[in-house]
Each structure stands twice: as structure tokens, then as C-alpha cells.
Unconditional design. Structure first.
Length: 428
């Protein structure tokens, strides 16, 4: 079977790595992939939004299945395009309409409200409704949560304490702070709790629940500083116990999939539920129509059944016949980033490895230059250790990082340590 993975980051490296473990005979192609995927797959240079290139690759390489990693091609309609251009190719990723669950926060909130899925109280406003939006803010309690409706590369959410500041930021968003993504703004109630992510693979009728994970979004230790794409992840999450996950399944996941079916959204792919645990009850912060990065790096390493078999069943609409097996090991992923990220940073530094790092290294932002692997992005590497428990995985991942080197390297030192404190584990 020939598989094409679309994307270039750590998420796509981890998905391709897991597919490569399949017992089904396969060839993997990545568009564009990265120097990490090049060690076991064939990289095809190009852009993830160049749909004609994707189609030409499907035809010339005899691709049977396309797995779409990032949200942008999904929101732009790659799945519908391929269904028409190369009928018969299996595609993992929702239709353009299904991808609206991530592409428009207003669409997602309306979907949740209509299908009775717990989420923060909200209202949506356009630029012409600034006065009404301010009046709505007047009736809310701080902190105030403002969300640009469209895709804003993870930067479109503003949380502020002060009412006047909220009103002035609202004006900035309507004036184009996030471009067209801010033509509409969702204002919602602040949810106080602990965040985590749940993931499913769905064929639009049934689903497989993947291992849950926790992401670390802020740049600094102790969750301080600017928001990033994610600086690390851990799986499992101790507070996502059986009782909580049962609520997630019955109140969130199953109503979402029933809603997708009722609304006739064509959806075969992953759903990432950004959840807030508020006093033991799950609320949906957001949907993403893809896996998370760097959650995927931890999640994939804990799946012990054959992902490729599950993906084929997903595309064929037979997921009800599949069982996903999860290992009882723990995974911790730490992002090694370029100093300065998420603001300006330097690239092209050679990456060095001293001996066997004793962990998995997924490439996020790297390039091959003159036969050497160099830094080529804000997030450079995702280093993942899998061990018997979180404490051991955390030790192993930081030991591994000690053996990887590039100039100006930055990483958080506290990934997963909050879960150890919650579990009452004392660290050395
Ligand atoms: P999003 O881009 O929707 O994932 O939001 C970015 C981050 O903002 C989330 O990961 C949460 O940490 C935070 N956030 C979003 N909505 C809320 C909310 N209603 N209450 C509290 N925090 C929120
Ligand atoms: N790590 C968060 C995301 O992928 O959106």
C-alpha cells in the first residue's frame, strides 16, 4: 500500500513513523516531509496547499491513501478536491464543511450549542456590531475571552482581566489584528480548570479513542510568557481517570459524532477535543480537525495496535470492527526550540548528536544543508521518551536532550512535572 502523508512537522513525522510500524506492506511518501521522515520515507518537495501537486503525486506514485496532517489544507478543501480529482483514493481528513469545526469558531460554537455539547457561554459579533459586543462584555465577568473566528495560527485567542483593555483589543481585532480571521469575534465565558486534550479517529459513525495528552503552550517554565504552538506534551494524564473519561465519551465525543452525522458533515479523520476539566466536568474549549503537535508525538508512541489498519478502516467506514490498543507506558515529549521563539530567532545551526540519545527524535523544523541537518524553524525537534511511568519518561527525555546539541537551543525544564505534583510524586 502506498501512503502519502501531507505536512512537514513533528506531528507528521510521528504519524508516518507509526504507520511505518504496520504489518501491512507499505511505502510511505511525505509531502514535503523533513530530514527525519527522509530516513524511512520518500520526501516530495512542495507546499501542503498545492492541491495540484498532491493530485499529481497521487497519480504518479500510485498512492492509495492520503493522510492530511495540518488544518490549513483541510480548511481549504483538499479532501473534496481529491475526491473529485482522483476518485477512489482514501483520504484521512474531513471535507471542507467538516473542517469548519476548526476553521470557524462561530460554526463550532453553534454546532456545540445545537447538539447540547458542554462549552462556555458565548456570543458572536461582526465589526459592524462593536457597540453590541461592548454591551455583551459589560455583562460578563473577568477575565474576558475574545476569539478571532477564523484560523490565526494558534494566536487568535485573547484573555484579558481588564474590561477597557478587552474593548480596545476587540477593536484591534475588528480592525485587522488577525487579518480576515477577525472579521467575526466570539466572546465567551472564561472556564476555570485544568486543560487536556482528547483525540479520536472517526469514520463519521464510529470512533476509536486515542490516548489522551496534556500540552504545554506557554514558552516559559511554570506556564509563563508568550503562547507557542506547544512546548511539550505528556500522556497519560492522571486526572483523566475512568470516571472523567466516561463523561468525555458520553457528553462530548458521542454527541459530537452524532452531530456530525445529523448535520451530514462528511468526516473521516481525527478530531482533537481541547477540553477544560472544571471541577470534574468536561467542557469543550475548541475542536481541531487534525491531531495536535506536540501531543501526537506522545500519543503515537502509546498506541500498540496497527495504526495503518485503523486508518484503512476509517476510510472504508468500518471503524466499528476495530479495537485500538494502548500501552500502559507513559510518554513525555519535550520540544527543543530556537532561542527567541515564538518571536524572532536564528536558523541554519547544525544539529549534533552525541551517541545514542536513548529517546525518539521527531523533526519539527529542520532542513538538510550540505549533507548536514540544521535548524530551520522555531520548534526544531520533539524528543519523546517512553517508560514505565511519567517520572522515568521525564528523566529519560531530559537525559536524551543532554546528548543533542545546537546553538541557541531553548527548552522548558518542567514538562510533565505538574502531573507528578498532582499525583503526589516528589522529584529529586
Ligand atoms: P484555542 O486557540 O481555542 O486553543 O485557545 C487557546 C488557549 O486559550 C486554550 O488552549 C486555553 O488555554 C485558552 N482558552 C480558550 N478559551 C478559553 C476559555 N473559554 N476559558 C479559559 N481559557 C480559554
Ligand atoms: N498543540 C496544540 C495544537 O496542535 O493545536
Amino acid at each position: 500500500m502506498n501512503i502519502l502523508v501531507i505536512g512537514s512537522g513533528g506531528r507528521e513525522h510521528a504519524i508516518a513513523w507509526k504507520i511505518d510500524k504496520s504489518r501491512i506492506e507499505h511505502n510511505i511518501f511525505c509531502l514535503p516531509g523533513n530530514p527525519g521522515t527522509a530516513t524511512f520515507a520518500t520526501n516530495i518537495p512542495g507546499k501542503v496547499t498545492d492541491f495540484n501537486l498532491v493530485k499529481d503525486t497521487v497519480v504518479s506514485k500510485g498512492i492509495d491513501m492520503v493522510v492530511v496532517g495540518p488544518e490549513v489544507p483541510l480548511v481549504e478543501g483538499i479532501t473534496d478536491f481529491l475526491a473529485e480529482a482522483v476518485p477512489g483514493v482514501k483520504v484521512i481528513g474531513p471535507s471542507k464543511q467538516g473542517a469548519m469545526l476548526e476553521g470557524s469558531k462561530d460554526f463550532a460554537k453553534d454546532f456545540m450549542t445545537r447538539h447540547g455539547i458542554p462549552t462556555a457561554r458565548y456570543a458572536t459579533f461582526t465589526g459592524g456590531e462593536y457597540a453590541a459586543a461592548c454591551a455583551f462584555l459589560d455583562g460578563m465577568q473577568p477575565p474576558y475571552v475574545l476569539k478571532a473566528d477564523g484560523l490565526a495560527a494558534g494566536k487568535g485567542v485573547l484573555i484579558v482581566e481588564d474590561l477597557q483593555e478587552a474593548k480596545s483589543l476587540l477593536k484591534d481585532v475588528f480592525d485587522g489584528k488577525f487579518g480576515a480571521a477577525g472579521d467575526k469575534v466570539v466572546i465567551e465565558q472564561f472556564l476555570d480548570g485544568i486543560e487536556m486534550s482528547a483525540f479520536v479517529l472517526t469514520d463519521g459513525k464510529d470512533y476509536l479513542l486515542l490516548p489522551e495528552a496534556k500540552d504545554y503552550k506557554r514558552i516559559g517554565d511554570g506556564d509563563t510568557g508568550l503562547n507557542t504552538g506547544g512546548m511539550g506534551s505528556v500522556s497519560p494524564v492522571c486526572f483523566a481517570d475512568e470516571a472523567f473519561m466516561e463523561k468525555v465519551r458520553t457528553r462530548v465525543i458521542e454527541p459530537t459524532i452524532a452531530g456530525i452525522a445529523a448535520d451530514k458533515l462528511d468526516y473521516k479523520g481525527f478530531i482533537f477535543f481541547g477540553l477544560m476539566n472544571c471541577g470534574g466536568d468536561p467542557y469543550v474549549i475548541e475542536y481541531n480537525v487534525r491531531m495536535g503537535d506536540p501531543e501526537t508525538e506522545s500519543v503515537m508512541t502509546r498506541i500498540s495496535s496497527d495504526l495503518l489498519e485503523h486508518l484503512i478502516a476509517c476510510a472504508d467506514g468500518t471503524l466499528s470492527e476495530e479495537d485500538l490498543e494502548i500501552s500502559d507506558k507513559a510518554a513525555v515529549t519535550v520540544i527543543m526550540a530556537s532561542g527567541g521563539y515564538p518571536e524572532a530567532y536564528q536558523s541554519h545551526y547544525p544539529i549534533g548528536l552525541m551517541g545514542d540519545p536513548g529517546a525518539l527524535i521527531f523533526h519539527c523544523g529542520t532542513a538538510s544543508e550540505g549533507g548536514k541537518v540544521v535548524t530551520a524553524g522555531g520548534r526544531v525537534l520533539a524528543v519523546t521518551a517512553v517508560a514505565s511511568d511519567i517520572q522515568q519518561a521525564r528523566e529519560d527525555v531530559y537525559d536524551a536532550i543532554g546528548n543533542i546539541y545546537f546553538d541557541d537551543c531553548y527548552y522548558r525544564n518542567d514538562i510533565a512535572s505538574d502531573l507528578l505534583s498532582l499525583a503526589g510524586v516528589e522529584e529529586d
